[in-house]
Design a protein around this ligand. Structure first.
Ligand code: KIV
Ligand code: ZN
Length: 520
């Protein structure tokens, strides 16, 4: 029997991003978009263009760069939202406008303070307006999971008549259970006369831990698009996790008879990238992408797996792109060896700048002796993080710290062409470095959260530092996230703070641009 295709609509950059402590910048969003494209995602929801100039820029850049996935932008059923989405997306060859309004009684009465009939009118007007810009319009009935079924059927029928080509049924608050949610989809197929004119999509939240199960129940009832996020990130408890839902469809194709266009071998790498950039660690027992997802602890299990892998493994780690780590790259390994190793790990030559990467590799290999695959992958990630147009870069660092005294730091940084040095004292080494950087850049940076993790194993592991910092400008407080990687965590912390300084500078520039646009 031929298997039906399920469209994978990824909303990591919209629903996922809106739940982060610190927003992603355009470059980080692009990095994720490229990974999603390589993963084989059909549709990437890149953002909510009207929500901020930063979001608008990101959606536009993603629409310009991504060729193999269709780009969608979110819009309320408001003219200016739809116009902004179309404006940001028009650089793409094909794009989707995704418009939404709440349909549940509680949302309509308490939030919108409208009648159901008015909501239908707002929705159909917006869909028609969006259709003037594109043939691909998605309409979402927000809080569909709690919408009376007759109202939902009425809304869906009218939305399709107005020109929506995809109808999304979100369980916005993660309230339904699988039999119930599958039942809603089945009822829509039975009662909405024009249902065959649109693709039915689902968008489930995980408040009761049922988002994946609900999405599977929905495709069993006929839905053919699943909205999901990498690592399940998103509002509150998150969204349906892409890797879980895809691997269910993949592993249980015998039962479900459904396929996707996702290349599962890209799952592990994409998951790591999203976790790093979003500063959202993955719990170790998380299905598919957790550190323990493929490790066997009990003696009985280990014995079984040694005898035959499928005794305790329903899929292999290699299926999701997890390679067992190999070593043996040293400072004597040449550039072509690095290039080859990265090819084996699934990287294309366009994924990294070999010159920059090799320089970092040699420095690391000199320190560590042996460089493992996970080190190499971390180097690719961090080398890509530093942009050519970064204004600030670290030249040198000196820190003195002890058990009794305050710490003293001296930091020298390039600000464009100019080298500036500052010294400061603080209640610890990171605090004194932060003060130096704040003085050099003229930004009031305050560290709010500081985490250190090792990216590999052993005493010579690379230390990854994640810093969340606040920056106050005028009366506004903005939150930034910076990451740094080095064998020494003081240096990692400094890199993370330099990253934050560069991001503050970029965000100030976007603000300036907007002020100029508004003024002109
Ligand atoms: O959860 C939700 O209802 C949403 C819609 C905008 C699709 O995110
Ligand atoms: Zn959502």
């Amino acid at each position: 029997m031929n298997k039906d295709n399920v469209i994978i609509f990824d909303t990591t950059l919209r629903d996922g991003e809106q739940a982060l402590q610190a927003s992603l910048n355009t470059r980080e969003k692009l990095q994720i978009a490229f990974a999603l494209e390589r993963l084989g995602v059909d549709i990437i929801e890149a953002g909510f263009p009207v929500s901020s100039p930063g979001d608008f820029n990101s959606v536009q850049s993603i629409a310009k760069e991504i060729k193999n996935s269709r780009i969608a932008g979110l819009a309320r059923v408001i003219d200016k939202d739809i116009d902004a989405a179309a404006e940001a997306l028009k650089v793409a060859e094909q794009f989707r406008i995704h418009t939404f309004v709440a349909t549940s009684t509680i949302h309509i009465e308490k939030k919108l303070k409208k009648e159901f009939g008015q909501v239908i009118e707002m929705a159909t007007r917006a869909i028609k307006r969006a259709r003037n810009y594109t043939d691909d319009v998605e309409f979402s009935c927000e809080d569909a999971g709690r919408t009376p079924i007759d109202d939902l059927c009425r809304m869906v029928e009218q939305a399709i008549l107005a020109g929506a080509t995809t109808i999304n049924i979100p369980d916005t608050v993660g309230y339904t259970i699988p039999s119930e949610f599958g039942g809603i989809i089945e009822t829509l197929f039975n009662l909405v006369p024009n249902i065959d004119k649109a693709i039915i999509s689902v968008h489930c939240h995980d408040d009761l831990g049922l988002s994946v199960a609900n999405s599977i129940a929905a495709v069993q009832a006929g839905a053919r698009q699943i909205e999901c996020t990498v690592n399940g990130i998103g509002e509150r408890a998150g969204n349906c996790s892409l890797e879980e839902v895809v691997m269910i469809l993949n592993t249980r194709a015998d039962h479900l008879n459904l396929v996707t266009n996702i290349n599962p071998k890209e799952i592990h790498r994409t998951s790591q990238l999203v976790s790093n950039l979003c500063n959202m660690p993955i719990q170790s027992n998380k299905a598919i992408v957790g550190a323990n997802a493929f490790s066997h602890s009990s003696g009985i299990h280990q014995d079984g797996v040694l005898k035959s892998q499928n005794t305790y493994e329903i899929m292999t780690p290699e299926t999701v792109g997890l390679n067992t780590n190999k070593l043996n790259l040293t400072s004597r390994s040449g550039r072509h060896v690095i290039h080859h190793r990265l090819q084996d790990l699934g990287y294309n030559k366009d994924d990294y700048d070999l010159d920059k990467l090799y320089e970092r590799f040699v420095r690391l290999a000199d320190k560590k002796g042996q460089v493992f695959d996970y080190d190499l992958e971390a180097l690719v990630f961090f080398t890509n993080l530093d942009a050519d147009d970064d204004f600030y870069s670290l030249e040198s660092l000196y820190v003195q710290s002890g058990s009794k005294d305050t710490s003293t730091a001296t930091v020298a940084m390039y600000c464009g062409e100019q080298l500036i040095t500052e010294a400061a004292i603080g209640n610890g080494p990171i605090n004194s470095i932060c003060r130096c950087i704040s003085r050099i850049c003229g930004y009031d940076i305050e560290i709010k959260d500081f985490k250190v993790a090792s990216t590999s194993q052993g005493t010579d592991a690379l230390g990854q530092v994640n810093i969340i910092a606040e920056y106050k400008s005028d009366s506004k407080v903005k939150v930034f996230h910076g990451m740094g990687l080095a064998t020494d965590i003081i240096r990692s912390s400094t890199y993370a703070l330099v990253r934050i300084a560069n991001d503050i500078r970029c965000s100030e520039k976007v603000g300036e641009l907007r002020e100029r646009n508004v003024a002109s």
